[in-house]
Design a protein around this ligand. Structure first.
Ligand code: HEC
Length: 107
């Protein structure tokens, strides 16, 4: 009986290694916060993960940009989209680009 419980515990520890990192990714969470609250990208872009429905810029779930493309748009601006260099820290620019890259590909 004791042995079974130990085996079971080991099993859960092992499983959590695979599941938890995907759920609690601090860069993803920071990027999401920047997207919704600090830079409010959500006001102009649709992104399912952020439940945003802005209609000014392209739907990010449709264009599914890679990280370099997001980084470029956020740093330098594009069309009517403002540049965020100087508005956000480099860490926030990295995080929001990572977030959009991962989240846009999800659904
Ligand atoms: C004021 C509205 C507005 C805000 C705020 C805004 N965008 Fe945009 N975004 C646009 C528009 C408009 C375009 C299309 C520009 C064009 O192609 O001329 C665009 C384009 C993009 C693109 C595609 C770039 C490409 O290479 O085609 C990405 C990625 C993007 N935005 C991400 C973001 C992120 C991340 C944020 C927040 C940090 C953000 N946007 C904030 C309006 C906005």
């Amino acid at each position: 009986m004791r042995k079974n419980i130990t085996v079971l515990l080991n099993f859960f520890v092992l499983i959590s290694f695979f599941i938890l990192p995907a759920k609690s990714d601090p860069i993803f969470e920071l990027g999401k916060d920047v997207f919704l609250n600090k830079a409010v990208c959500s006001s102009c872009h649709i992104l399912a993960d952020a439940k945003s429905d802005g209609q000014i810029g392209p739907n990010l779930n449709t264009i599914r940009p890679d990280k370099a493309r997001v980084l470029n748009a956020v740093k330098n601006g594009i069309g009517v989209m403002p540049a965020y260099e100087g508005q956000l820290t480099n860490e926030e620019i990295e995080a929001v680009s990572y977030y959009v890259f991962i989240a846009a590909d999800k659904d």
